[in-house]
Design a protein around this ligand. Structure first.
Ligand SMILES: Cc1ncc(COP(=O)(O)O)c(C=O)c1O
Length: 381
């Protein structure tokens, strides 16, 4: 029996050669590949700037810093996300405030954001859950009314389109992750895209210890060796090796996204009218495109855990995305969240299973998943 994981990278010889050529060069890090990769991503999403980091999490942390988040501020996000989203606010001493999800998108419900905005709110961080492009225009409008920065967590959504526009150019800052299960990989890595020069400069400062060597920014200048640490930053730098891999992967991105959409269509066609399965939401607006980082089904009227265990036993290495963040012990202890606080997120969590979704899956793999899911669902109903 073939085991199929829920996600996996796709590395070929051109990727390997790209990394090897950097290994033979003078620069393993801080060389020309980083800027080239940043330019490539900025051009792809249509943003003026892109600043690469050594993970999506450090990129989000950088975005919170660039937005000026400090102790006591509030940051609004969805409870259905990876912990990295609210954690990046907590790193800066802020209080993560959750808003329940819309069951029609699995993303934050924009209609409920206004209810929790206070004068302490400094950032709204919507998440494009599974690759579904969140309704950003509505969120941008609310943010503008309250002078709040929008950081879109698009870790799942490189290549997604919102009414003809690629995700990555509309929020104040947008984060993409390059972890191996994402649309392209750099091993570990992340990036912030933005149209604001001041944000780009602060992101560059933050990823390298808060140090600048830029003569225009120095408070004084002792000579050509001189640098100044002007902020408390980190070593969040990505390497040239990683960016060479990212550049090579970018050549295949459109093919990867197209393949993810073909797999999603095969799943949708097989599961749409089946009892006990709810397929993931599809963007309704014209010229919108789901990026299908994940394919999250919900089961209804049957026990999720038995379905999950049976699928795993039969080689379908499914996952669950996500345990609502407000149910994590740390969030309960430190921020006082309780079970019941976000009932829609909890209802979603109780029923969710992420089926295998990665472009290297063959049609036979997809068929194996479909038949196994149908068999397991039938056996549990
Ligand atoms: C929604 C979301 N945000 C942030 C991250 C963090 O990205 P990284 O793993 O690159 O640090 C992830 C990673 O899975 C994610 O899924």
């Amino acid at each position: 029996m073939k085991t199929i994981p829920y996600g996996s990278q796709w590395i070929d010889d051109t990727d390997i050669n790209a990394v090897c050529s950097v290994l033979k060069s003078d620069w393993l890090t801080q060389g020309p590949m980083i800027e080239r990769f940043e330019k490539e991503i900025a051009e792809y999403v249509g943003s003026r700037y892109a600043v690469a980091f050594n993970s999506g999490t450090s990129a989000l942390h950088g975005a919170m810093f660039a937005a000026g988040i400090t102790s006591g501020d509030e940051v609004i996000t969805s409870p259905i996300t990876f912990v990295a989203t609210p954690n990046s606010a907590a790193y800066q001493g802020a209080h993560p405030v959750f808003v329940d999800i819309d069951m029609g998108t699995y993303c934050i419900d924009p209609q409920c954001i206004k209810e929790v905005i206070t004068e302490k709110t400094k950032v709204i961080a919507p998440v494009d859950m599974a690759g579904y492009p969140v309704d950003l225009p509505v969120i941008m409008e609310i943010a503008a009314d309250h002078d709040v920065v929008v950081i879109e967590d698009a870790a799942h959504a490189l290549g997604a389109m919102r009414e003809g526009t690629r995700v990555g150019s509309e929020a104040d800052m947008t984060m993409f992750s390059f972890h191996p299960v994402k649309h392209i990989t750099t091993g570990e890595g992340g990036i912030i895209t933005t149209n604001r020069e001041d944000f780009a400069e602060r992101l560059q400062l933050f990823r390298s210890h808060g140090i600048t060597k830029d003569p225009r920014r120095l408070i004084k200048n002792d000579g050509p060796w001189y640098y100044e640490m002007q902020e408390l930053g980190y070593n969040y730098r990505i390497t040239d090796l990683q960016c060479a891999l990212g550049l090579s992967q970018m050549k295949k991105l459109e093919h990867f996204i197209a393949r993810r959409n073909v797999i999603a269509k095969m799943y949708n066609d097989a599961f749409r009218d089946r009892p006990n399965i709810i397929i993931p939401p599809v963007p309704k607006a014209a010229q919108s495109r789901h990026a299908y980082h994940l394919y999250p089904i919900r089961v209804s009227g049957i026990d999720r855990k038995s379905v999950f265990l049976d699928l795993r036993e039969q080689g379908i290495f499914c996952q669950v995305h996500y345990i609502p963040v407000h149910l994590q012990p740390y969030y309960q202890e430190v921020f006082g969240y309780r079970e019941g606080d976000y009932p829609i997120a909890e209802e979603y969590y109780r029923a969710e299973i992420s089926l295998p979704m990665f472009p290297r899956m063959t049609d036979d793999d997809v068929t194996q998943v479909i038949t196994t899911v149908q068999k397991v669902i039938q056996g549990n109903s």
